[in-house]
Design a protein around this ligand. Structure first.
Ligand code: SF4
Ligand code: SF4
Length: 418
C-alpha cells in the first residue's frame, strides 16, 4: 500500500475515534464471553467469527497508529501494519458481521462490535474495496433525492394502481384518499419500501384507524448505512427529514425495515416530529381501540422473529407481542428473552448482496433455523424486510416448513369492521 493511501485511510480512521470508540478499542479483556454470542461462530465454529477476534484486527491497527506504545514498540503491543492484507482481513471481518449486537449484550463491558466494524467499513470505502453494489444503490437513493420532481408524476400514477388492493382489505369503495400522497398538515408520514407489499397493508390499517396520514415519496431503506458510508447515510436520511419538515407532520412512521428505523430514530437529531416503527403504531391503534382484529383465525401457532435493529437495538419488543396477543392464543416464544434472540443472519447489507452471500448466510444462521424449528409453530412472523427475505431463504434451505409472514400484513388481513 502506498504512503498516500495509508495516510488517507488513517485520516478516515481518526475521524471515527470518538470517546465511545476509544473505550471499545481499549477495554477488551479477552474474557471470551462473547465467543458463543455470535450466531456466525455458534453456527460455523470458526475462530475468525468470534466478535473479539473481528475487533482485534481494528484494535491492532489502532494500537499501531494511534497509541504511542504501538508506534514505538509494535512487537510488544501487538500493533498491526495497515497493508493490503489487513484490508482483506477487514473485509472478511466486516462483511461476516451483521451488526446484530448480540455480542454487545453479552459483553461485561458492553463493547459494541458493530461500531468497531464501522471503522472497518469506512476504511474499505476509502480503499475502494467495499461491495460495489451497495455503494451503487446508495448513490441511486441520493440521486432520487436530488431529482424527486422528475419522478413525482410517475410515482403518484403507480400508487393509484394500488388503491383497489387497499380497498379490498378495508373500505367498500375507493375514495380519493385511499393512499394520500404529499399531504401538507398530515399527522403521520409513512415511509415505505419500494414495492406494493410495503404499501397496501399499511394503507389499509391507517385507513381503518382513521389516521390522517400521507405516503412518503422516498423509500425507507438506507443503503448508505449498509455500506457504512456516513455521508451517504445522512444524505439518504435527510431526504425524509426534509419531506417531514415540509409537510409539517407530527410523526414519521417507518415501515418494516430495521435499518431504516434505527437510522431514522438515532440519527435524525432533535426534530418537531417523533419517529415510530409501524409495529409501534399498530400496537397503539389496538391499545386505543382504533382497530380490531379477528382472533384465532390463523392457520396454526405463531412464533415471532425479533429483527435485531428494531428489538435489541431499538427496544421495540413488547409491541409485536401485544399485537400477536390480539391475533392468536397460540403464540410461541423463540428465546427466553427477546433481547437475546439470534440474528436471522441477513443484516449488515448481506441480504442486499443477494446470491453473492447466500452460501454464507445459510451456513452462518444454522442456529436461527434450529431456533425456529424448535418452536414447532407453522407461522413465522417478523417485522423487517431483510429478516423476511433471509428467513424465507432459511425456510427453503433448512426445510423449516413455516409460512414466513410480515406482521403488518397479518394485521391488515385480520382487520374487522367495528
Ligand atoms: S465479551 Fe467483551 S471484553 Fe470479553 S472478549 Fe468479548 S468483547 Fe472482549
Ligand atoms: S454484532 Fe452480531 S454478527 Fe457481529 S460479531 Fe456481534 S454477534 Fe456477531
Amino acid at each position: 500500500m502506498d504512503i498516500q493511501t495509508r495516510d488517507d485511510l488513517l485520516k478516515l480512521f481518526q475521524g471515527k475515534l470518538n470517546e465511545a470508540m476509544r473505550f471499545y478499542l481499549e477495554t477488551c479483556t479477552r474474557c471470551g464471553v462473547c465467543t458463543e454470542a455470535c450466531h456466525v461462530y455458534a453456527s460455523m465454529g470458526r475462530v475468525q467469527n468470534i466478535a473479539a477476534y473481528r475487533s482485534e484486527i481494528v484494535r491492532r491497527l489502532y494500537k499501531k497508529y494511534f497509541k504511542a506504545r504501538g508506534k514505538f514498540w509494535p512487537s510488544v503491543s501487538e500493533a498491526k501494519e495497515l497493508s493490503e492484507l489487513a484490508v482483506e482481513e477487514l473485509f472478511e471481518a466486516a462483511y461476516s458481521c451483521t451488526g446484530c449486537r448480540r455480542c454487545m449484550v453479552h459483553c461485561p463491558f458492553g463493547i459494541d462490535t458493530q461500531m468497531i466494524m464501522s471503522i472497518a467499513k469506512v476504511l474499505l470505502i476509502g480503499h475502494g474495496s467495499e461491495p460495489e453494489v451497495l455503494s451503487m444503490l446508495a448513490d441511486m437513493s441520493v440521486a432520487k433525492g436530488d431529482n424527486v420532481d422528475n419522478v413525482r408524476d410517475s410515482f403518484v400514477a403507480g400508487i393509484k394502481n394500488l388503491e383497489d388492493d387497499v380497498v379490498a382489505k378495508w373500505k367498500s369503495e375507493a375514495g380519493a384518499d385511499v393512499i394520500p400522497v404529499d399531504v401538507e398538515g398530515a399527522d403521520l408520514l409513512y415511509v415505505a419500501l419500494a414495492g406494493a407489499h410495503s404499501i397496501i397493508p399499511a394503507a389499509a390499517v391507517f385507513n381503518a384507524a382513521g389516521e390522517n396520514w400521507t405516503l412518503s415519496f422516498f423509500e425507507a431503506v438506507n443503503f448508505g448505512a449498509f455500506v457504512g458510508d456516513p455521508t451517504k447515510t445522512k444524505l439518504i436520511l435527510d431526504r425524509i427529514v426534509n419531506e417531514a419538515l415540509r409537510l409539517k407532520v407530527k410523526e414519521v412512521c417507518i415501515c418494516e425495515c430495521g435499518t431504516a428505523f434505527r437510522v431514522m430514530k438515532n440519527l435524525s437529531g432533535k426534530q418537531p416530529f417523533k419517529v415510530t416503527s409501524i409495529t409501534e403504531v399498530h400496537a397503539r391503534y389496538l391499545r386505543e381501540g382504533k382497530i380490531k382484529l379477528r382472533k384465532n383465525s390463523l392457520d396454526g401457532a405463531v412464533t415471532y422473529h425479533d429483527p435485531c435493529q428494531i428489538a435489541r437495538n431499538a427496544g421495540v419488543m413488547d409491541e409485536p407481542r401485544y399485537i400477536l396477543s390480539h391475533l392468536t392464543d397460540d403464540y410461541r416464544e423463540m428465546s427466553a428473552e427477546p433481547k437475546y434472540n439470534w440474528c436471522c443472519g441477513g443484516g449488515g447489507g448481506l441480504v442486499a448482496l443477494g446470491e453473492e452471500t447466500i452460501d454464507f448466510r445459510m451456513k452462518s444462521a444454522r442456529v436461527k433455523a434450529d431456533q425456529v424449528k424448535n418452536t414447532g409453530a407453522p407461522i413465522l412472523a417478523t417485522a423487517c424486510e431483510n429478516c423476511h427475505t433471509q428467513l424465507s431463504n432459511l425456510n427453503d434451505h433448512y426445510k423449516m416448513n413455516v409460512d414466513v409472514q410480515f406482521l403488518s400484513s397479518m394485521v391488515a388481513d385480520q382487520l374487522v369492521q367495528q
